[in-house]
Ligand binder design. Structure first.
Ligand SMILES: NC(=O)c1ccc[n+]([C@@H]2O[C@H](COP(=O)([O-])OP(=O)(O)OC[C@H]3O[C@@H](n4cnc5c(N)ncnc54)[C@H](O)[C@@H]3O)[C@@H](O)[C@H]2O)c1
Length: 464
């Protein structure tokens, strides 16, 4: 079958960019991205394409090319479901904050709502594609809901997890290492559905890079990929602490081990800790799944990746307090960067949030500058933790429009996000404007230690 109309439910960091690329590369397919969030859809439709709600290098250009031609953003979810032959579900699957599995399991209520809405609206056969990251065997539950509509519609369910990384989403989508499609390989209808999705990607991805598996392998591969990636970060971060007490340098260690082709050089950068909406959530989910099957050793093994990451954030904040003569009360500390990584405006689970929170507990005055994150977002992130009242957060946090301004009269500066622009700041002027001794904490191994020490900074970098 040839897909003519695609609907994607969820216009977020995954749904927006992936559908923009599918539309760009497949001009004969109509792609409609729907969301219940009216503000988000309005932003996707903003005549000024620079104002789309997600910042990703190159994304505005792709949207400009396809929007209005065969890429549409809408809040009319029913109409888009009705018109589609293929429906991607790309809604959020956050960690549960209530009830059974609280703090561990994935909250699947948004997924289930989508399934029920599709079941209610669909009048003809459809292929449903799980794009969201889901616990292994979710497709089974989806199928049961969809097959009980009673209106004779046939649904095929595919798993097609997304491996894009925020900050490089457009390049990752244009040139994916692989596209993974899980489906029912045992039936003719299942194989046809898989082929229909292979053909969509076939517009720009070669067959060699499209991998087909059974549904359960595909679902579990996504959780596994994120667990392995996060594990590398926690592994090198564990070494960073050991480096600091042994005069080894974590960057040198990373280079030395990364040149071993069995290990490889990627994801070996020590830092203040990983963030983002996925790693922690997906590992917690994996831990929960393992526990639910009674696999306690498996669960404990992966949980340690999270514990190490929490430790790294806490230890960075503690290092600041200790270095500033054991108190930061009433002291001004500038945080450069709030996004969880460079080239994105996404702040979910960003290390900066937790470091700020620890320092606020020590009564520091925090000033933040991030090139892409708004003041509203920064305050919302802190309020969400619920550590103190919203009024207190507003009293203790200031958000400014430049790094220079953030660092003025500060006791210490901490680099929280590896934005390229921070490398070329006028560090001499920043030094001049700070209180002395001027402390600089590099949570991302971004800056040139020798040059900054020569300027007079008391310099601390993770892992050296
Ligand atoms: N962000 C990433 O880098 C990334 C990468 C790979 C996979 N994923 C996975 O993709 C999924 C989506 O992640 P995201 O970062 O795009 O989330 P997001 O929160 O940015 O977007 C999800 C969107 O879905 C919408 N939504 C929720 N329920 C809806 C409903 N019933 N009808 C219509 N819209 C609805 C929300 O309003 C929201 O705009 C998650 O499962 C995530 O784990 C994310």
């Amino acid at each position: 079958m040839k897909v003519k109309n695609i609907c994607c439910i969820g216009a977020g960091y995954v749904g927006g960019p992936t559908m923009a690329i599918i539309a760009q590369k497949s001009p004969e397919i109509n792609v409609t991205v729907v969301d219940i969030n009216e503000k988000r859809i309005a932003a996707w439709n903003d005549p000024d394409v620079e104002k789309i709600p997600i910042y990703e290098p190159g994304l505005a250009e792709v949207v400009a090319e396809a929007r209005g031609r065969n890429l549409f953003f809408s809040t009319d979810v029913d109409a888009a479901i009705d018109a589609a032959d293929m429906i991607f579900i790309s809604v959020n699957t956050p960690t549960k904050t209530y009830g059974m599995g609280k703090g561990m399991a994935a909250d699947l209520k948004y997924i289930e709502l989508c399934a029920r809405q599709i079941a209610r609206v669909a009048k003809n056969d459809k292929i449903i594609v799980e794009k969201s990251t889901l616990p292994v065997r979710t497709a089974e539950a989806l199928k049961r809901i969809l097959d009980n509509t009673g209106n004779g519609v046939n649904f095929q369910i595919l798993s097609n997890p997304e491996f894009l990384a925020e900050g490089t989403a457009v390049t990752d989508l244009h040139k994916p290492d692989r596209v993974l499609i899980g489906g029912d390989l045992d039936t003719e209808a299942g194989r046809e559905a898989i082929q229909a999705l292979v053909d969509v990607y076939g517009h720009w991805v070669s067959d060699d890079n499209i991998l087909t598996t059974n549904v359960w392998s595909s679902e579990l591969s996504k959780l596994t990929a994120n667990a392995f990636l996060a594990q590398r970060v926690s592994s090198i971060n564990a070494m960073s602490e050991l480096c600091e007490v042994t005069e080894a340098d974590v960057q040198e260690v990373a280079k030395a081990i990364g040149m071993d082709s069995r290990i490889g050089p990627k994801f070996l950068k020590a830092s203040v800790g990983f963030g983002g909406s996925c790693f922690q959530k997906d590992i917690l989910n994996l831990v929960y799944i393992a526990k639910s099957f009674g696999l306690n050793e498996v669960a404990d093994y992966w949980e340690q990746v999270i514990l190490m990451n929490d430790h790294q954030k806490r230890r960075f904040a503690a290092k600041i307090v200790k270095t500033l003569f054991n108190t930061v009360s009433g002291k001004k500390i500038a945080l450069l960067g709030w996004a969880f990584k460079k080239d994105t405006n996404d702040t979910r689970e960003s290390a900066a949030i937790y470091v700020a929170d620890y320092l606020l507990n020590e009564q520091a005055e925090i000033v933040v500058y991030d090139p892409k994150v708004t003041k509203e977002q920064i305050l919302a992130d802190l309020d969400y933790l619920g550590t103190r009242s919203e009024e207190e957060n507003r009293k203790l946090i200031t958000v400014v429009n430049s790094a220079q301004e953030a660092c003025k009269a500060a006791h210490a500066v901490a680099v929280m996000t590896e934005w390229d622009a921070f490398k070329t700041l006028d560090w001499e002027a920043i030094y001049e404007g700070m209180l002395k001794p001027a402390f600089l904490f590099d949570g991302r191994r971004l800056l040139d230690k020798e040059a900054l020490t020569a300027l007079g900074f008391e310099f601390y970098a993770i892992g050296s």
